[in-house]
Design a protein around this ligand. Structure first.
Ligand SMILES: Cc1cc2nc3c(=O)[nH]c(=O)nc-3n(C[C@H](O)[C@H](O)[C@H](O)COP(=O)(O)OP(=O)(O)OC[C@H]3O[C@@H](n4cnc5c(N)ncnc54)[C@H](O)[C@@H]3O)c2cc1C
Length: 216
């Protein structure tokens, strides 16, 4: 989202920090917060066109899709399909022995895929000469963020044009007892190294992998 004037600043409690060791403000033509789907393409496009561009990302290089959502879920579903075909091989004229699922192997395959995706994103940021700043951004003035760097320290960055791609996160609804039961969201579910004995699904859509494994 492009904000010509960062209107939210007016409504918030943002203010310049009072610390005396405030880092110098670095100026970029394009400042992107969040490296998800829109954020990374905005970054790459402007950077490739020769604009001085920085993107701030606090955790997931390339956003949710390659790290914890679209691609990991399809990767795990693929393993579930392999399991299904092995179990139903005879229907297709294929003979096989006993079939079991090694979730550590499933997880390992998924992690390798994610690592490859992250590296491909890092290579693209480098190739386009966009600066990837790893840390959490918060606005401290119009079009200006303070970044708490992941490796420690802070940077102050301002952009002539600022784009926000902050994404969304799974929420635990306010159902009595639910939070205390420590439910998994898609993030934990896609990082399991064991096949749960039973699963209760609240909501639907993101769970075909579980269904295809024949457990519900
Ligand atoms: C299990 C699952 C499967 C899915 N499968 C599909 C699919 O097959 N096809 C499909 O089209 N969609 C799918 N989706 C939806 C898709 O993943 C999301 O729509 C998409 O990833 C959202 O992209 P985004 O750029 O808006 O946000 P995100 O990808 O979440 O990017 C936002 C980024 O901003 C960063 N960020 C936020 N605040 C700050 C801050 N203050 N400072 C620095 N960084 C910050 C976050 O760390 C994050 O990396 C799936 C979702 C789930 C949960």
């Amino acid at each position: 989202m492009f904000l010509d004037e960062f209107w939210a600043f007016e409504k918030s409690n943002c203010s310049w920090p009072m610390e005396v060791d405030m880092p110098e403000v670095e100026r970029y033509e394009i400042l992107v917060i969040g490296s998800g789907e829109a954020g990374k393409h905005v970054t790459w496009t402007f950077a490739q066109a020769g604009h001085r561009t920085a993107v701030v990302e606090r955790k997931y290089i390339g956003g949710s899709c390659p790290n914890i959502a679209c691609l990991p879920s399809k990767n795990v579903i693929r393993s579930a399909k392999a399991n299904w075909f092995a179990l139903h091989g005879a229907e297709y004229g294929i003979q096989s022995g006993p079939v079991s699922t090694d979730m550590k192997g499933v997880l390992n395959r998924k992690r390798k895929m994610v690592e490859g995706e992250v590296q491909a994103h890092l290579d693209r940021f480098k190739a386009t000469r966009a600066e990837l700043v790893r840390g959490e951004a918060r606005f401290v003035a119009p079009k200006t963020v303070e970044v708490q760097l992941n490796e420690g320290g802070r940077r102050m960055i301002t952009g002539d044009r600022v784009f926000l791609d902050l994404g969304s996160r799974a929420a635990i609804p306010d159902i009595p007892g639910l939070a205390a039961a420590r439910p998994m969201t898609h993030v934990e579910a896609l990082d399991l190294d064991r096949l749960p004995g039973h699963v209760i699904v609240l909501g639907d859509r993101a769970w075909p992998a579980t269904r295809r494994r024949g457990r519900s």
